[in-house]
Write a protein that binds this ligand. Sequence first.
Ligand code: SF4
Ligand code: SF4
Ligand code: SF4
Length: 364
Amino acid sequence: MTQDVYRELLDVMKKRGGPYAGMDIPEFFALVEELFTPEEAALNNLMPKGPFTAEALARETGRDETEITEMLETMANKGVCTTFMIKGLRHFMGPRFMPGIFEFQFMPGTSGERDKKIAHLIWDYKKAFKAAQGKAKMVFPATRVITVDRYIPAGNVIHTYDQMASYIDKYDSIGVTTCYCRHGGFLRGEDTHEMPMEVCMQFGPSADYAVERLGGRRVSKQEALDILDLSEEAGLVHMSRNTSDDIDFVCNCDRWHCEVITGVMEQDKPALFFNSGFQPAFDAEACVACGTCVERCPPVALELTDEDAPPALDLDRCFGCAACATGCPSEAISMIAKENYPPPPKDSKELVAAMKAAYKQAAS
Ligand code: SF4
Ligand code: SF4
Ligand code: SF4
């Protein structure tokens, strides 16, 4: 029975999809047997595709509503089920591994023995999954970089979607959680390069969910701006969904642990799949060829080839993140718009349509 329930769970996680959908390998079973008790796995397998209430699930399965509600609440608190309000009614939903269960495990930032065990199990599953699947082929960017707008010289066109502060301004509810990519690395005993940890930001209902269930902390607009400053000083990259309007999270990412950055770095031309639409421009007079920008550049897009000149720039690698500009002691770098760079899709619907079209074209 126990084994059967996890085999059924494999089919469910395959159907939920995502970059790490269910895969029939030993690492899958090692992971899910730690994440779900057999009873939780059985309930997970009964969940419909979209949002549902405990009352509806109890009715459809002929089970006791109080018992189901308690189990769903427990599962939501351990990050294997999502929950939110729709028209004043509590709803639940079965998440994918990613985005979803994997991130939820580390967002609270706890470091107990079970957290460490899960960090290793998730890592083992991802490694085995990638080895079995081969290199993921990207065709359209799902996420984008948001540059540091104070380095864009006056007189240049700058859209609201280029401005981090515009997202913070738009929302009254802002939450911050631990960076799950770096915290996962920390739990596995890896070097986190002294990068700030509590820098993942959520907005609106996503912030409420993070604060209520994922150990997040509510922050004021000023605190959110301070977190951006701290991230920029450390050389982290601002990242969000590749849309202009419906942004409900902002990540501040590093090159060693970020799932997105490490993924795009595997591509031949990383800048095609992760970009802000800006690039650095160097003031040759002000530059003292100190090499700080070269060290800070996450995708290794800069190289000092002449001791009296600014570094050479590889546009196929440059994200347009401005980590070079924020660290330059001579203020010799500004960020200028890339020529003919297309604006991001407006919202998630347009993004999904653009991704589908790109995959269709790549397959033909
Ligand atoms: S995507 Fe970036 S900020 Fe978000 S959790 Fe990963 S590294 Fe941290
Ligand atoms: S950090 Fe500034 S001064 Fe140093 S090499 Fe880069 S552009 Fe030149
Ligand atoms: S050169 Fe490097 S640090 Fe500067 S914007 Fe490009 S990717 Fe970022």
